[in-house]
Write a protein that binds this ligand. Structure first.
Ligand code: NDP
Length: 449
């Protein structure tokens, strides 16, 4: 891939890029089918992604007519990278085998390795014969909604498509690699003021938060809404806080240490709760929740903003859902996209129906929503929450930090990009938006806040 990197760095045009020979194999982070039982009987917290995520050469797959080959400059760690690497709740080889049954092109995905990664920034190298909107040389970012658009169910809201998948999690040839195979309808223009790694981290988390809060499929946040955000400096939470501020709402952000409190305040979130300092214990034992603790949290929120939240941005799951339903205002909305601490959820239904609250489920975003979120980033209204950057060889170390809840915002991964800081093509725009705003999470990680 060295010749491809050189061509990109020297500013080669589309025709030159299109003429570059493609390698027969490429470097990729992957898990192995032969190891999918390696963690049987090991508790989740002891599973170490450094042992299951390998970085090595895999063969270059054939390109389908509706796909592009992407030279991946940077990618990011998502929580789904952690799920794949710990083989929970399922081995992702089950997803690949199911995809393989759908079509000839789907069959490529069932390999003995799974190349992971659901984010990428990079340069288009080749396009399939059916691709109209992209050409070699285009600098792009990728969103991870993987949909067969010949299925009628994909045409109202593609997240409702019968065969909707998350690229690099439920499909192979993902972004944590030097090369990726991406459907043309996953590609979006790269924000010109961002580095490769700043551009790479947004796709999955930012678009997920967008769909949860903004638009007709969401909790329908409006100006003035109070939005309670769990994990407010985490991947999806940090974009949620920015969307609330950008949309004229009031965020109440929850984090678990004073360092994160400082970061959240630096983001402009004035109402912050340190859940560790408060010592909330919503479960008194494995089977029993403590309504008194839900009440204590609700009082804390009222003491800060004088009202109950219109919206609760929920993703921790079992540990917090009872409290989330309780503290939401009468007629308000809990919007959920995940269950990090357990998916068998319990809440007191009386607090839901008697106060006419609703629970809205959400999952990633359709192309239009991802595009609209990318546009907000391109305009400088929403900033990337990249905190640290790792070389691809250290993908396991980065995934371990996310697994252990030891990272803020997003962790970037350099693939072809040899060092951080490359890829900006509009430095004036960057200056206009403000270096300090763009790099807030990076400065925090360096201890500069
Ligand atoms: P991160 O690890 O980056 O952030 C999660 C945050 O949640 C942490 O920073 C932590 O903040 C908080 N948290 C963790 N455990 C608990 C708990 N038991 N109680 C309260 N807060 C907790 O992950 P992401 O933000 O990237 O993802 C969060 C979840 O959303 C994951 O399960 C992920 O798989 C899922 N997800 C789903 C998507 C979808 O499309 N459906 C898309 C993206 C993510 P603190 O400790 O500071 O409170």
């Amino acid at each position: 891939m060295e010749h491809i990197l050189q061509a990109i760095q020297s500013g080669a045009g589309g025709d030159e890029i299109a003429a570059l020979p493609l390698p027969e194999a490429y470097r990729a982070a992957h898990v192995l089918r032969a190891e999918q039982q390696m963690w049987d009987d090991v508790p989740s917290e002891e599973k170490d992604p450094r042992k299951s995520l390998h970085v090595g050469e895999v063969p270059t797959p054939e390109l389908a007519p509706d796909e592009v080959y992407l030279a991946v400059m940077a990618s990011s760690i998502n929580f789904n990278t952690v799920w794949t690497s710990i083989f929970e709740p399922l081995s992702t080889f089950l997803f690949l085998d199911r995809l393989a049954k759908e079509s000839v092109w789907g069959a490529r995905h069932a390999q003995d390795y799974h190349v992971v990664g659901s984010d990428a920034s990079g340069v288009v190298l080749r396009v399939g014969s059916a691709v109209r909107n992209w050409k070699p040389g285009d600098r792009v970012v990728v969103h991870c909604n993987f949909v067969d658009d010949q299925d009628p169910s994909a045409h109202d809201d593609s997240m409702l498509a019968a065969n909707q998948r998350i690229w690099g999690f439920e499909s192979n040839f993902g972004g944590l690699a030097d090369l990726a195979v991406v459907k043309a309808n996953q590609v979006m223009p790269k924000p010109s003021h961002l580095t490769w790694e700043e551009a790479a981290v947004n796709g999955l988390c930012a678009s997920t938060s967008y769909r949860m809060l903004v638009g007709r499929h969401s909790a329908r946040m409006k100006q003035g809404d109070n939005v309670f955000v769990w994990g407010a400096t985490g991947g999806i939470g940090a974009y949620a806080v920015q969307l609330v501020l950008n949309g004229g709402g009031t965020p109440v952000g929850v984090v678990s240490n004073p360092d994160r409190v400082r970061l959240l305040e630096a983001m402009g979130c004035e109402n912050v709760i340190d859940r560790a300092a408060e010592g909330y214990k919503f479960w008194s034992d494995e089977h029993t929740q403590d309504e008194g603790e839900w009440r204590r949290l609700g009082k804390k929120v009222r003491s800060q903003i004088g009202e109950d939240p219109d919206i609760v941005f929920e993703h921790p799951g079992r540990q917090t859902m009872g409290a989330s339903v309780f503290i939401t205002k009468r007629g308000g909305t809990v919007v959920t996209c995940a269950a990090t601490s357990g998916y068998m959820i319990e809440y007191d239904n009386r607090h839901l129906w008697m106060k006419l609250k609703r629970i809205v489920s959400s999952h990633f975003a359709n192309y239009q929503e991802a595009w609209d979120m990318n546009r907000l980033i391109d305009k400088g209204a929403i900033q990337p929450v990249l905190s640290q950057t790792f070389p691809l060889e250290q993908v396991g170390d980065a995934a371990l930090l996310v697994h252990k809840n030891q990272a803020e915002g997003k962790l970037g991964v350099l693939c072809l990009a040899p060092s951080a800081g490359e890829g900006i093509t509009d430095p004036e725009k960057r200056e206009r938006i403000g270096e300090d705003r763009i790099t807030l999470f990076q400065r925090h990680a360096r201890g500069e806040l």
